[in-house]
Design a protein around this ligand. Structure first.
Ligand code: FES
Length: 147
C-alpha cells in the first residue's frame, strides 16, 4: 500500500499499533517515518505506562480502534496479532460497520510446525499454516468457532 506504484490506489491509512509497554514497541524507525507522513494516521498505544513523557495512547487495541476509527465506508480492516487482541477487536470492527468480508484476520499465532505436519493449527478442516494464515471474517464464520 505504501509502494509509490500502488499508493494512488488507496486513500487514508490508519495504523493502530499496540504493545504492552513503550519498551516493547518494534519497528521504531518505520513508525517514526510513518508518523511524519500526512497520509498515514498513526495510533500507537500501550496497555499501560508510568512514563510521564509518553505522548501516545494508553489502552488496548480494541478500545483505541473504537475511539479512532470513525467510518467503515469503503474501508478494509486488517488485524494481526495475538488471538486475544483479535478476539476483542473483531466485534468492535463489526460494530463500526465493517462487513465480514472486509475484516481480514491473520492467524499465524495458531501455527506450530508451520508446514502442515503437526495438525495443531486446524480450524475445522482448514489448516491455518496451509490454507491461511490470512482469512476474512466471512471465511471464518463458515468454520467452527475455534479461532
Ligand atoms: S502448524 Fe502444524 S499443521 Fe499447521
Amino acid at each position: 500500500m505504501l509502494d509509490p506504484a500502488n499508493r494512488g490506489r488507496f486513500k487514508d491509512i490508519h495504523v493502530i499499533y499496540g504493545a504492552r509497554a513503550p519498551g516493547m514497541l518494534l519497528y521504531r524507525e518505520e513508525l517514526a517515518a510513518w508518523e511524519r507522513r500526512d497520509d498515514i494516521h498513526m495510533h500507537i498505544t500501550v496497555d499501560s505506562t508510568n512514563d510521564p513523557n509518553w505522548k501516545y495512547n494508553v489502552g488496548f487495541v480494541p478500545t483505541i480502534t473504537e475511539q479512532k476509527i470513525k467510518s467503515a465506508d469503503n474501508a478494509i480492516a486488517m488485524v494481526c496479532g495475538p488471538p486475544i487482541m483479535i478476539k476483542f477487536t473483531q466485534p468492535v470492527l463489526e460494530r463500526l460497520g465493517f462487513p465480514p468480508e472486509r475484516i481480514i484476520l491473520s492467524l499465524e499465532m495458531r501455527m506450530k510446525c508451520g508446514i502442515g505436519i503437526c495438525g495443531r493449527c486446524n480450524i475445522g478442516d482448514q489448516y491455518v499454516c496451509k490454507d491461511g494464515p490470512v482469512f476474512s471474517l466471512a471465511q471464518l464464520k463458515q468454520m467452527p468457532p475455534e479461532y
